[in-house]
Design a protein around this ligand. Structure first.
Ligand code: SF4
Length: 220
């Protein structure tokens, strides 16, 4: 089976398994999503969702956050990873939003990556989730799942991103992003993938290789 055909089959199966492919970060507007995605770097969505309600209460918009000092923000996010850096990034991000974008989250990728704390992955998530742009943010789950399945191969997220964007039709990319993340978070776990519960075994290189090793025979 050709890689493109295999990828479409995988997406079709995951689409049946995951009827609502949406981000698990809680947010009510673009400003809140941008904050949540910045905070989610090297941290779980669950943990981010625990701190954001209080953070959003204190800082409901870019203006209020731009006027905050480090010590106003840090205590509210201290339980997530890298709180020092992230508190500074949030301050800088909100100040730049006020200076250059009238306090609004800019819709363009190139404006987003200029904001402190916003790299390629964060800008990809924001433009994909908010504007349905055909962007593929590659986090640890996308990186692992797509390589196990054998539809991408590389040593950097950018290599994987470029291959997936070339393989998947534009209109399907935003959903595909969520499929891979959710599949990696709940089924294709990093240490012990739940292959016995997975509907993708017949299409999965990792499964075929490891199943063969275990049985000493041909993969079924
Ligand atoms: S068969 Fe196993 S390794 Fe392959 S995608 Fe499913 S859970 Fe992951």
């Amino acid at each position: 089976m050709r890689k493109k055909e295999k990828t479409l089959k995988i997406l079709e199966i995951l689409g049946n398994e995951i009827p609502e492919p949406v981000t698990e970060l809680d947010y009510k507007n673009p400003f809140q999503l941008l904050i949540a995605v910045i905070l989610s770097a090297q941290c779980t969505d669950k943990r981010v969702n625990l701190v954001t309600p209080e953070l959003f209460k204190h800082f409901p918009d870019a203006k209020s956050l731009s006027e905050a000092e480090f010590d106003d923000i840090f205590p509210l996010i201290r339980s997530i990873s890298y709180p020092n850096n992230k508190a500074r990034h949030l301050m800088g991000m909100a100040r730049l939003l006020m200076e250059k974008h009238e306090g609004k989250v800019p819709p363009s990728y190139s404006d987003l990556v200029e904001l402190p704390g916003v790299g390629r992955k964060t800008a990809n998530v924001v433009t994909s989730v908010l504007y349905n742009e055909p962007r593929m943010p590659v986090d640890t789950h996308v990186f692992r799942v797509t390589q196990r399945l054998g539809i991408a191969k590389g040593t950097t997220p950018l290599q994987i991103e470029n291959q997936l964007v070339a393989l998947i039709p534009d209109a399907m990319i935003p959903k595909a992003h969520h499929y891979f993340i959710l599949h990696g978070r709940y089924v294709c776990l990093a240490r012990s993938p739940k292959c016995t519960e997975c509907p993708l075994t017949e299409l999965c290189n990792y499964y075929k290789k490891n199943h063969k090793k275990l049985t000493g025979g041909s993969p079924t």
